[in-house]
Design a protein around this ligand. Structure first.
Ligand code: HEC
Ligand SMILES: [Cu+2]
Length: 486
């Protein structure tokens, strides 16, 4: 990808020759420092698309005038299941609609601020050479339209965003998208192109808190978002809405990061990027695992899907992915290719000779007869922390478990049916086949070296918070169990 001035050197030369031959004076080329720009032939109206889709390239041989019509709409939409947010949008979607033009094209931009909106807005396109990227020219109140034109001088993938004060707030509310300026001859062909843009939301409520959420300025200032998402909402492109490709096909992703604050460590779990156009520019590198996408920046990645399965597109600042929503999925469907990937070939027990169930945690330190009596509130509070420290790594948040590996503790019929209230499981560990809520597990839980008092607290927490029928366990009960069974 080249800057226009070098690509068009021959044209410049011919243009200069023509001028000399015609011995006439062109007012444009007279101006100091101005280049002769490619001729514009005809006019097209740009096709814009909502993520994850990308418009087709413009079908014209030479540079043309491209008319872009973009409407700003403020509207309440889904941020996560049961969670809504008043988004400010370019085109009624977050991220904003994808715009595709070619280097040298003349873009005639029409920005409309819908009359039902509350706020003034504008647009700063990073693809524009000119003051504010168009921001000054397009600042408009609701019920107004603004028009300006620019030459797409540089190739690349560019972010656009609203730049109306307070800028951070307009961006935080969803006002960003991507504009691709591709070479006149187009990008090299691939089987699929998709549009994925990461961004954060700063909500008054915590992640998952239901209802209509407001923008929280303090969280934005502290760069402490509760939501980090791909394509504008948690699960926008996962499950039923995942992108779908076939085994053997090539994929190009146009990636953006709207921010407003965070830098993305973009990664595809289960793939290697064959090519990455760094920061959406001309330079590409090959064989990349994770690529940085700055806030207000982009990247183009390409890969071939050799085996079937689901690829997870994540921000590898990984709590953002698994706890704040930064995941999108590509489903690769087709025949297995065991030469590339076999899947699990076999699973065997690994217990070297003489080893028994492992013990986890510090040695018992408390005096044997220490058995404090605590209230339900005290046990719940201690139990919550103990659960996070000792159990969450396997049994997961809210005792969800991991299918086939770690059984759920949430509403566990297996636990509820035991008359030791789970005390024996913690003290001695558990192995062999068990059935929990209809699913079988055959794994090993290590014995946990916890004090009687702590076992009473964590089990009280599990019985109450994780829906196992409630109850209050005391340390003395755990001690009794130990004295009888150990
Ligand atoms: C290293 C992973 C690991 C940790 C840590 C762990 N468990 Fe387990 N747990 C397991 C596995 C694996 C099983 C299933 C064992 C089997 O298949 O027989 C299990 C089974 C159980 C069961 C019975 C099955 C069910 O779903 O009701 C209970 C109760 C339980 N664990 C409680 C706990 C508690 C409480 C803690 C924290 C104090 C804890 N576990 C920590 C791995 C773990
Ligand atoms: Cu705005």
């Amino acid at each position: 990808m080249n800057k226009l001035t070098s690509t068009y050197k021959p044209i410049l030369f011919l243009g200069a020759m023509a001028l000399i031959l015609m011995a006439s004076c062109n007012s444009h080329s007279d101006k100091k420092g101005s280049d002769v720009l490619p001729l514009i032939k005809g006019e097209v109206v740009a096709e814009l698309t909502a993520a994850p889709f990308v418009p087709p390239p413009i079908d014209a041989k030479s540079n043309t005038k491209v008319v872009v019509e973009l409407e700003i709409i403020e509207q309440v939409m889904r941020l996560a299941d049961g969670v809504e947010y008043n988004f400010w949008t370019f085109g009624g979607v977050v991220p904003g609609k994808f715009i595709r033009v070619r280097q040298g094209d003349l873009v005639e931009f029409h920005l409309h601020n819908h009359p039902d909106n509350m706020f003034p807005h504008n647009i700063d396109l990073h693809a524009v050479t000119g003051p504010g990227g168009g921001a000054e020219a397009t600042l408009i109140a609701p019920g107004k339209s603004a028009q300006f034109s620019f030459r797409a001088l540089n190739e690349g993938l560019y972010v656009y965003h609203c730049a109306t004060a307070p800028v951070g707030m307009h961006v935080a509310n969803g006002m960003y998208g991507l504009i691709l300026v591709e070479p006149l001859e187009g990008m090299p062909p691939v089987d699929h192109e998709f549009y994925v843009m990461q961004s954060e939301f700063y909500t008054t409520g915590k992640f998952g808190e239901r209802g209509l959420q407001e923008f929280d300025m303090q969280k934005a200032l502290d760069e402490r978002p509760d939501y980090v998402v791909m394509n504008g909402a948690v699960g926008a492109n996962t499950g039923e809405n995942a992108m779908i490709v076939n085994v053997g096909e090539t994929v190009r992703l146009y990636l953006g990061n709207g921010g407003p604050n965070l830098v993305s460590s973009f990664h595809a779990i289960g793939e290697i990027f064959d090519k990455v156009y760094i920061e959406g520019g001309s330079l590409y590198t090959e064989n990349v695992q994770t690529t940085l996408i700055p806030a207000g920046g982009s990247a183009i990645v390409e890969f071939k899907c050799e085996v079937p399965g689901t690829l997870h597109l994540v921000d590898h600042s990984i709590f953002r992915a698994f706890n704040k929503g930064a995941i999108a999925q590509i489903k690769v469907v087709g025949e297995e290719n065991y030469d590339v990937f076999t899947g699990l070939q076999k699973e065997t027990v690994y217990l070297p000779e003489g080893s028994a169930i492992q013990k986890v945690g510090k040695e018992r330190t408390e005096a044997v007869d220490e058995a404090p009596v605590r209230t339900l509130e005290e046990r719940m509070e201690k139990g919550r922390a103990l659960y996070t420290q000792n159990c969450l790594a396997c049994h997961m948040d809210q005792g969800r478990g991991v299918p086939g590996v770690f059984p759920p503790l949430y509403n566990s019929d297996f636990l509820q049916a035991r008359d030791d209230k789970g005390i024996g499981i913690i003290l001695e560990g558990l192995q062999g086949e068990i059935t929990v809520n209809g699913n079988t597990y055959n794994n090993i839980m290590p014995a946990m070296q916890m004090s009687d008092d702590n076992i009473a607290s964590v089990m009280t927490y599990i019985f109450n918070e994780l829906n196992n029928g409630g109850g209050l366990l005391q340390a003395s009960e755990v001690r009794e169990w130990r004295e009888k069974n150990q």
